[in-house]
Design a protein around this ligand. Sequence first.
Ligand code: GDP
Ligand code: IMO
Ligand code: MG
Length: 482
Amino acid sequence: MIACVPASYLSPHPGRGLTFQPGLTILTFAFHHSTGTETGNRRSIPFWRNKMASVVVVGTQWGDEGKGKIVDLLTGYADCVVRFQGGNNAGHTLVVDGKKFVFHLIPSGILYENKKCFIGNGVVLDPKVLIEELDGLAANGMPISPERLTISEHTHIIMPYHRMLDGASESAKKEGAKIGTTGRGIGPAYGDKVLRCGIRAADLLDESLFRDMLAENVAEKNFLLEKKYNAAPIDFEEILREYSAYAERLAPYIGNVAVELEEARKAGKNILFEGAQGTQLDIDHGTYPFVTSSNTTAGNACTGSGFGPAHIDEVIGIVKAYTTRVGEGPFPSELFDETGETIQKKGGEFGATTGRKRRCGWLDTVVVREAVRLNGITGMAITKLDVLSGLDTLKIADSYEVNGRRTAVMPPTIHQIQAAQPVYEEVPGWQEDIGAVRSIDDLPQTARDYVKRMEDLTGTPAMLVSVGPDRAQTLLLRNPFA
Ligand code: GDP
Ligand code: IMO
Ligand code: MG
């Protein structure tokens, strides 16, 4: 049987939509704001919908959109949570019953006792940081056994020389060329991976292989440190000792993530992939070179974990109701006035990893539409709507003027992005504190209109609205696992 309905009916807000029988084939149509066209789409409601799903969560902007909070919340419905890229440059904050946790490497699903977490091959892992996180959880009465966490054998390891080279190369760059990295060794570690001289988790466990690989790396890195950067050399024996101890500690956790995920999928488990950073920090699609060194977009959920692309059901894009960026690089809708400061203060916009002040600006739907397209986003999780309370009017950038020409997509070169002047529309704000609201219908009308405008301008339905940092401060409009 075939039904023809607007696409929004497939992801209804409570009380607004229809319920469909599994197995029904549905023809949908949607109005696309950016192109002004109506498109048709054929989608089947699978028979297994209520039994299992694989869902990817990604950041749509420049990171810090609130991924940690949303992953923690959705983990309630999942069986497995997988980090697939990035490293401890990430800082994911969770607040549960008023208690705050920040995770840099461990997946944000770790607070649920009966869920399995994975660190995929696409991650670069600093063992010292991971062990600190494991010890921190144990000290809080949550010891993490190897049954709860598997690290891929193929995960590349961050070494002390990666951190040193990260710092040295940033210091050597001229003002204006600095990336403003987190200094965690991320770029150099991914660099070694691509240059095929990186050390992987499994290599750490093979004593003689590790010794040989380390010796080669130390010789090369010391040449760079001493001759290029005029810095002190590193000591082979010291690193060997330190990392041999990490190897011993982490050995029980190291395994074949791709095989375990395949087994979980076949057993009908719900799998949640936790992205780090944001789409505009993607090494290919972001504001290069002011980006991180991994693919932050949804495709990497598969490559970075060994999971088959055909098994992904949904991609949820986390969209902060305004925009922030930490570190250097262009940011067209950045605010340099009092409003920017108000948002920064009210939103507590300080980096969860480095403590740096985050730059703040208006919502930019050029950026969000880019994310919708690059990730195949099926639903937006809108976060920090509460931070906008108290502003008389809000602005939304929907296109840019670049050297006298209007564009609705991100320009191709860094100079053009730097020159981009956002074209804004103004919408009315709301004064009420919305932190205690628990239903979309109880939001002030102007806040609901703002959410609706976000949906219209991005051509994407909201599946969740977050009105505060706590797990409980969430309006779940549609559950991707239900
Ligand atoms: P992530 O890197 O994407 O996980 O985000 P971060 O944890 O770095 O930054 C998001 C910050 O906003 C954290 O301090 C969260 O606790 C907080 N947060 C998340 N959602 C909301 C929300 O809806 N409202 C407010 N006020 N804070 C939120
Ligand atoms: P989460 O997962 C925001 C930024 C850094 C810098 C650039 C490159 O918490 O959203 P890197 O150390 O990765 O080489 O730095 O990327 N950056 C982030 N910004 N949130 C993050 O992670 C980030 N991870 C890296 O500030 O501009
Ligand atoms: Mg963060």
